[in-house]
Design a protein around this ligand. Structure first.
Ligand code: GLU
Length: 278
């Protein structure tokens, strides 16, 4: 009797295995799926955008939508690729989560203050750059920190965000400083305000957005790096990348890009947005 049950059990397991395997076979691996074909069919492009970064991608709690320059550029590109009724869907990313979310196929592209760097190019593809930022510092008004050189002293604490290349840049430009890494820009600002570091470092555009919300703080030290922003796409998605670059060119040529640039940066005191524009 016992033997019969065991036999039936084995048959059952084998059955489950076969069903499971065939289900896997009918769905193509992510790396073999064509993002452009899928997005055209669903009339939707899923973008990874920041939700913690004023001016680029910030969650508006009043209507629960993400707003900013990156979000508007993503919407404009979506319309150029999919037509007027194409939908841009936004998924919240941070500096740390954006590449894993892209690689897992949770998002089709990243448009999230992301610098094109040789390291990242080993993992993902980038569109042509659409914004030229530069790394800078945010300090309390009246601070003795005036430039990145002032940070290069043992015991000096600087605040950054995990996954941002700004952290590695500080290790290069002020190797004696200690970098305290927080998980997003909202937390980094809170850490600066509570005195956990003497400066917060990331790109100038992001810092000007923070300064506009926190009048006791100012951007200092100029731009000490070059941070060209690109749209990151999975490797092997040539047709999609081509369409994104075509759409970028079109919005630059028809005035859409400039309208969006002025909307977000036209009135940001101290920030020369024309230098950042393509
Ligand atoms: N542009 C820099 C980067 O890509 C800093 C901004 C960010 O954290 O997204 O890492």
């Amino acid at each position: 009797m016992k033997k019969t049950y065991r036999f039936l059990g084995v048959i059952g397991l084998l059955g489950l295995l076969i069903v499971g395997l065939s289900a896997c076979g009918s769905r193509k691996a992510l790396s073999q799926q064509d993002v452009l074909t899928n997005d055209k069919a669903s009339k939707t492009i899923t973008w990874g955008v920041k939700a913690d970064t004023k001016l680029f991608g910030l969650m508006d709690v009043k209507d629960n939508t993400i707003k900013g320059f990156d979000a508007d550029i993503a919407t404009a590109i979506t319309k150029k690729i999919l037509g007027k009724d194409g939908k841009a869907k936004f998924v919240q990313v941070t500096s740390q989560t954006r590449i894993p979310l892209l690689k897992n196929g949770n998002i089709d592209a990243i448009i999230a203050t992301m610098t094109i760097t040789p390291e990242r190019e080993k993992q993902v593809d980038f569109s042509n750059s659409y914004f030229d930022a530069g790394q800078s510092l945010l300090v309390k008004k009246g601070s003795s920190i005036k430039s990145v050189k002032d940070l290069n002293k043992a015991g000096t604490k600087v605040i950054g965000v995990t996954g941002a290349n700004s952290v590695a840049n500080i290790k290069k430009y002020a190797p004696k400083a200690q970098v305290l890494e927080l998980s997003d820009y909202a937390q980094a600002m809170t850490a600066l305000k509570s005195g956990q570091g003497v400066a917060l470092t990331t790109d100038n555009g992001i810092l000007y957005g923070m300064a506009s919300q926190n009048p006791g703080y100012q951007v200092v030290g100029g731009a000490f790096t070059k941070e060209p922003y690109g749209i990151a796409i999975n490797k092997g998605q040539g047709p999609f990348k081509k369409e994104v670059n075509r759409a970028l060119k079109e919005i630059e040529a028809d005035g859409t890009y400039n309208r969006i640039l002025k909307k977000w940066f036209g009135n940001v005191a101290g920030f020369n947005y024309k230098e950042a524009s393509r």
